[in-house]
Design a protein. Structure first.
Length: 202
C-alpha cells in the first residue's frame, strides 16, 4: 500500500516537473522569437533591401510592387515604408506607384500587428506620405474583413489623431475603398459611408 502511494506521488512529481520544464522551454522560445524580430527590425537597411530588389528584377519598380508584401510581413510597417521612401527618392517608383504600394503595405500591416493600432501608429512616421496611402490601406483592410467595422475604424482614427493633427489624418477615406471592394455597388458603399458619418464623426 505504501509502495503504491509512493509510486503515485512519484509519478505526479515527475509529471508536474515535466510540465514546468515544457512551459519554461515554450516561454524561452517565444522570447527568442521576439528578440530575433526586434533585431531584424533594428538592423534593417532600406538601401540594401532596395539594392537586392534592383539586382533581382529587370524592372525595379515592378520588383518593389512584388517584394513589398514579403518585406511588410517579415519586418513590419516601418521597414516597408522606409524601402518605399527610398525607392521614391532614387526615382525607382513614381509618387503614383508609391500610393499603390503603400496601400498594400497598409492592408498587410493590419495582419502583421494583429490589430494592435498603437504599435502600428508608433511605427508610422508620416501619415500623409504618398497621400496617406498606408493609413488608408489599414482602413480598407478593416472595412473589407470585418462584418461590423465601425468600432475598429473609430479606434484606428483615434490612435492616428493622438499622434498627428486631424487635418493630416483624414480618417475613413480608406474605408470607402474597402466598402466598394466588398459590395461592388456604389449606392451600398455610399450608405456605409453615410453610416460612418452618423456613427463615428466627432
Amino acid at each position: 500500500m505504501i509502495h503504491k502511494y509512493r509510486s503515485k506521488s512519484g509519478s505526479k512529481f515527475i509529471v508536474s516537473h515535466l510540465l514546468l520544464f515544457l512551459f519554461l522551454i515554450t516561454i524561452s522560445l517565444l522570447f527568442l522569437i521576439l528578440i530575433q524580430r526586434y533585431k531584424s527590425q533594428s538592423e534593417f537597411n532600406p538601401e540594401h533591401e532596395l539594392d537586392l530588389i534592383r539586382r533581382s528584377y529587370s524592372d525595379a519598380s515592378e520588383g518593389i510592387i512584388k517584394d513589398i508584401p514579403r518585406i511588410t510581413k517579415k519586418y513590419g510597417f516601418k521597414s516597408a515604408y522606409a524601402v518605399t521612401r527610398e525607392a521614391v527618392n532614387q526615382k525607382v517608383i513614381s509618387l503614383a506607384q508609391c500610393h499603390f504600394v503603400l496601400h498594400q503595405v497598409g492592408h498587410l500591416s493590419y495582419e502583421f500587428y494583429a490589430g494592435n493600432f498603437q504599435r502600428m501608429v508608433d511605427d508610422l512616421d508620416n501619415v500623409r506620405e504618398c497621400s496617406g496611402a498606408g493609413f488608408h490601406g489599414m482602413e480598407a483592410q478593416i472595412a473589407e474583413t470585418k462584418p461590423n467595422p465601425f468600432g475598429e475604424l473609430r479606434n484606428l482614427c483615434k490612435s492616428i489623431r493622438a499622434k498627428f493633427p486631424a487635418k493630416e489624418a483624414l480618417c475613413y477615406h480608406g474605408a470607402g475603398h474597402g466598402f466598394m471592394k466588398v459590395t461592388r455597388d456604389v449606392e451600398k458603399s455610399l450608405q456605409k459611408c453615410i453610416q460612418i458619418i452618423k456613427e463615428l464623426s466627432e
